[in-house]
Design a protein around this ligand. Structure first.
Ligand code: UD1
Length: 363
């Protein structure tokens, strides 16, 4: 495949963290033009601009300005607005990342316009179709030409779905590439101490999944658990805009004892997670980051598309229930050694670029 111009389409916070190292590796090789389109799914400066700045990602060629709305609205708007831009930019390949609505929408446009499509972070499955991201994953993987898998279990999922081995490349985890590159800068911020926290003695919380925050009963269980934990150690909670709306709407503006913060920039968040004694999350990327860092993690979900973080890492799934959360938090301890997962080594983006430019293979 002769590739001279690559278009990355991104839209939401975790996409930007995955784009950073791919952009850097492409720029280092200097052999292709790399263009970026931002769908505008995430638009608050704290959810978007700061990530571009910290990860040294250049200004996108276009921002589609899609914004918030229902899933069908977001997907439909990306499709409509991206199509003419794809016709204008005429890339040789479209790269999409992760599992958000912008991912599947951009994938559909590429395929409908006969532009080769590659998916970064292919093959993850929660096997839970009530989770909006699961449909995005399955559809994107079925239609992509090249599937960049982060872990062996992801390769297995793709193979079981009938995807030929020639389309699958086990390159590793680009989220960990960003972490490896940025950790020294993050540590230099000394965030924990600046927030008045002692390393290893505080809890960091991130929650935004509809299943946890849109259901007032579930949210109440979580807030009670966090308030309980905050009696014995500090609990800091950088709040996603969606969650902020739900906390305010349900009268939890002041979850007693819990320090509610604005969404944090990538470096600041990484610094806090690296120093935390425990992380409580429902995010995908945070399950991976804590595993790499050897920080205990409780994931408030019934399932995870990243099971390797439980089987080989520091992650544990916990019911959205106050007592279950409090008791799991009390039992969580740091492992003696941080887990080492195959190809979570900071070189996934380099492998992706080798596949795209050199026709290399990573089985
Ligand atoms: C999306 C992804 C999810 C990912 C998450 C990371 C889908 C289906 N979901 O969820 O997989 O883990 O991003 O954050 O694509 N909002 C703002 N400002 C913003 C963005 C969102 O205020 O910049 C608020 C709006 O009220 C919006 C809500 O957050 O309606 C939800 O945003 P949306 O992009 O629909 O989904 P996320 O929950 O962020």
């Amino acid at each position: 495949m002769s590739v001279r111009r690559i278009l990355s389409v991104v839209g939401a916070r975790p996409n930007f963290i995955k784009l950073g190292p791919v952009n850097e590796s492409l720029a280092r090789r200097g052999e292709v033009e790399h263009l970026i389109v931002h769908t505008g799914q995430h638009y608050d400066p704290s959810m978007s601009d700061t990530f571009f700045r910290e990860l040294s990602i250049p200004e996108p060629s276009y921002n589609l300005g899609v914004g918030s709305g229902s899933h069908s609205y977001q997907i439909g708007a990306v499709i409509q607005r991206l199509e003419p831009i794809l016709a204008e930019l005429r890339p040789d390949l479209v790269l999409v990342y992760g599992d958000v609505n912008s991912t599947v929408a951009a994938a559909l446009v590429a395929v409908k316009d006969s532009v080769p499509l590659a998916h970064v972070e292919a093959g993850l499955r929660s096997f839970d179709r009530t989770m909006p991201e699961e449909t995005n994953r399955v559809v994107t993987d079925q239609i992509a030409d090249i599937l960049f898998a982060p872990s062996r279990d992801a390769v297995g999922n793709l193979t079981r779905e009938g995807i030929s081995s020639g389309r699958i490349q086990f390159v590793g985890n680009v989220m960990i590439d960003s972490l490896v590159r940025m950790l020294p800068r993050a540590r230099a911020l000394d965030s924990a101490r600046r927030h008045g926290l002692q390393p290893d003695e505080f809890v960091v919380v991130t929650l935004h999944r509809p299943s946890n925050v849109d259901d007032p009963g579930a949210l109440r269980e979580i807030v009670s658990a966090l308030s309980d934990m905050s009696r014995t150690r500090p609990v800091v909670f950088p709040v996603h805009p969606r969650t902020r709306g739900r906390l305010d709407g349900n009268g939890f503006q002041n979850a007693a004892g819990v320090q509610l913060l604005e969404p944090l920039p990538y470096l600041e968040m990484l610094a806090l997670v690296a120093d935390a004694g425990l992380v409580i999350t429902d995010s995908g990327g945070v399950q991976e980051e804590t595993t790499y860092l050897g920080v205990p993690c409780l994931t408030v979900r019934r399932n995870t598309e990243r099971p390797i973080t439980c089987s080989e890492g520091t992650n544990r799934l916990v019911e959205c229930q106050c007592d279950a959360l409090v008791s799991a938090a009390a039992q969580a301890t740091r492992p003696i050694h941080a887990p080492a997962i195959a190809r979570w080594d900071g070189r996934a983006a380099e492998r992706i670029v080798a596949v795209l430019l050199d026709d290399a293979r990573f089985d």
